[in-house]
Design a protein. Sequence first.
Lengths: 115, 113
Amino acid sequence: DTGVSQNPRHKITKRGQNVTFRCDPISEHNRLYWYRQTLGQGPEFLTYFQNEAQLEKSRLLSDRFSAERPKGSFSTLEIQRTEQGDSAMYLCASSPPVAGSNEQFFGPGTRLTVL
Amino acid sequence: QKEVEQDPGPLSVPEGAIVSLNCTYSNSAFQYFMWYRQYSRKGPELLMYTYSSGNKEDGRFTAQVDKSSKYISLFIRDSQPSDSATYLCAMSERGSGTYKYIFGTGTRLKVLA
């Protein structure tokens, strides 16, 4: 399968714990996005990488959130000191290096439940 | 007011019906318009991707963009029970640097056999 993959698919944690999610984009896609989706809502943009550079962060991304893409391939999203309000689906998307195009292909998501 | 407005539904139609799904938006800088299908507890799947105004057809799906009215539509012909899902519209600006998407809330569609 050459689509975007995310791991784990589900994560249940207790409030106050740290969690880390991984996203592997489609091969040769240099743009990578993280979104968060809560029940009954559309995805909301969190952050964007072009290669290894993090070029934009939403104000939704509090200082408890950090994202990395160290070698311009896979990315990780870490949430420190989780809160119940962090419960959501975390989606990763990637986009190819085509000028003027931004088709984004999404992974299956990581569903986080904070107890 | 949200940048992108979408009726959450649910919308129930009989099998074989033509389905019309719509979004309105307020940001005149939006140039890219997308439709995604999302099954329960799955990631969004890209259905249609259009730039600027006009129509685009792909199989049973037709996307329309009317920038003068700030209104986009997705039509599904000969709807099937397997089309039952949530349909999300998404938009982004050209030249914003990130091309981040702004999504609607999604419309839940149920096609009855």
